[in-house]
Design a protein. Structure first.
Length: 133
């Protein structure tokens, strides 16, 4: 994937979630078809941490089952960096459980103006992608 199209409504919904769970990291999925995100699905961060996340397994499975039932694809795993940079951290790369998937980081350094970045992650590398809003 070279680019991901995210409608403003999806971006706004995700930003609201990340701002609501601040100062902890928020996490979830972007679901859609091909390269077009159609919705943000938040998942509880069971680490309750400002520097790490782990998706609640039960919620994660429910989102995946619902997506399959509605014929939607997981386009990206998304999480926030409440105080961190707009970059994949070493932990993000080491703990990337899903490969050949896009990972989106939303930096809340400026809580009122979240900054978005995306990377396509494989087992051996990660490449920045374009996000089109």
């Amino acid at each position: 994937m070279v680019e991901l199209i995210i409608p403003e409504t999806v971006k706004t919904e995700a930003n609201k979630h990340f701002q609501a769970v601040f100062p902890n990291e928020g996490c979830g999925f972007l679901l859609g078809n091909k390269q077009q995100a159609l919705e943000f699905c938040p998942v509880k961060n069971i680490k309750n941490s400002p520097v790490a996340y782990r998706m609640d397994p039960a919620e994660q499975i429910q989102v995946l089952l619902d997506a399959e039932e509605r014929d939607l694809q997981v386009l990206a795993i998304i999480h926030s960096h409440p105080h961190g940079p707009l970059a994949l951290s070493k932990t993000d790369i080491l703990e990337a459980a899903w490969h050949d998937l896009t990972y989106i980081i939303v930096s809340l350094r400026d809580k009122n103006q979240p900054d978005w970045g995306g990377w396509f992650v494989t087992k051996t590398k990660h490449e920045e992608i374009s996000i089109i809003f």
